[in-house]
Design a protein around this ligand. Structure first.
Ligand code: WQD
Length: 351
């Protein structure tokens, strides 16, 4: 059984990928400092898979503590690296936090990969590396323009660091460029848990619908798109998660074409913000309270994927559509609220 280290295993995409890896016969450990997550999702992972995974509460910026995890687990054969800050708008306001956290963490991790000669490395990259593309859909060959945000810049730099690293080290990597991961595991036992006010669209929608937020703001209704709002490629988080398992197996089988193959992980469908809101209202039966406000700094106007390469080379079959994404996101929001009521009953201090 191959042991895989997942960094950010308590996070949104990390936890869903842990489930998929466990269901596909891998052994998994996690490094997550819980600065942007909580161990809450580990319970959900155990309920879904029947397996408890160990999380090392370590900040990747601390090299010694990170190295100690590898020293304790010398049988790691692969690393999937999620742990990073990932909010476009926040990165515009706090660039140094993003460069320090995302880049120092990655370099420390790669030093450990080198030290222990770990053969397989999968990197959580992002469609933000394309900047504002001139033509959509984007393929993996679409030229990368200047990133529109420090967050996007950290993903561009991360790709370059890993590419240079694999060219001189005896290992291979895969760069997975996510589009917009949304929704929750069909079991509704794990999902997205933004700490504080949600930065991303779908949790902002569901938290507004459930009453946690008074009103949602559409960041700009005057873009040059079919209805004036930005276009994105929403993809179910469980489809994204399974693509990681497929990518890892692709490396293990030695099917990679280069030392650092790149894949677009998107549905291939462009959806506007207003269309996403309409899909949510249709699926949930909730009328969303929102208003159209000013544009958000760092936003790309329109982007969606040509995902043919991932579908063919990884044999990736997308299972979930936009309605499934909205349905599972809403069901998860309802579950979290129910749990919060339960937790408050059990821990009056939380009231
Ligand atoms: C989507 C659209 C907003 C909130 C995300 C991740 C990033 C990367 C790429 C994986 C935009 C609009 C949002 C709100 C709104 N993914 N919006 N009101 O910026 O595309 O980036 O996907 O690596 O990590 O953050 O996603 O959900 O923030 O925004 O109108 O309250 O929704 O302007 O047009 P984004 P998002």
């Amino acid at each position: 059984m191959q042991k895989i280290l997942v960094t950010g295993g308590c996070g949104y995409i990390g936890s869903h990928t842990v489930v998929d890896l466990l269901e596909n016969g891998f052994e998994v450990i996690s490094i997550d400092d819980n600065s942007r997550s909580t161990p809450y999702l580990l319970d959900g992972i155990e309920k879904i898979t029947g397996k408890k995974i160990k999380n090392y509460k370590v900040d990747l910026k601390n090299f010694d503590e990170t190295l100690a995890v590898f020293q304790e687990n010398e049988d790691i054969t692969g690393v999937i690296h999620f742990a990073a800050y990932k909010a476009v708008g926040e990165s515009v306001a706090k660039p140094l936090d993003y460069y320090e956290n995302n880049m120092f963490g990655l370099v420390n991790l790669l030093k450990c990969v080198k030290e222990f000669a770990i053969p397989n490395f999968v990197f959580s990259s992002s469609c933000t590396v394309y900047g504002n593309p001139d033509v959509v859909p984007v393929t993996e060959e679409t030229p990368k323009k200047d990133a529109e945000s420090p967050y996007g810049a950290t993903k561009q730099m991360g790709e370059r660091i890993i590419t240079d690293f694999t060219h001189i080290e005896n290992n291979s990597a895969i760069l997975l460029r996510y589009f917009n991961p949304v929704g929750a595991h069909p079991s509704i036992l794990i999902g997205e848990l933004p700490l504080g006010r949600p930065q991303n669209l779908v949790p902002a929608i569901t938290q507004t619908a459930i009453g946690k937020l008074p009103q949602m703001q559409v960041f700009g209704g005057d873009y040059p798109t079919r209805d004036g709002s930005c276009v994105r490629d929403y993809i179910h988080v469980s489809d994204i998660a399974h693509a990681h398992t497929l990518a890892l197996q692709y490396l293990i089988d030695g099917r990679n074409k280069t030392k650092c193959d790149v894949f677009n992980l998107g549905s291939g469908n462009g959806v506007t913000v207003f269309e996403a809101i309409n899909a949510f209202e249709k699926v949930s039966g909730q009328k969303l309270n929102y208003k159209v406000g000013p544009r958000r700094a760092g936003d790309v106007i329109a982007i969606y994927a040509n995902n043919n390469y991932a579908v063919q080379a990884l044999n990736w079959q997308i299972k979930f559509g936009l309605d499934d994404m909205m349905h599972t996101a809403w069901e998860w929001e309802l579950k979290v609220k129910k749990d919060e009521v339960l937790m408050k009953k059990q821990n009056p201090a939380l009231n």
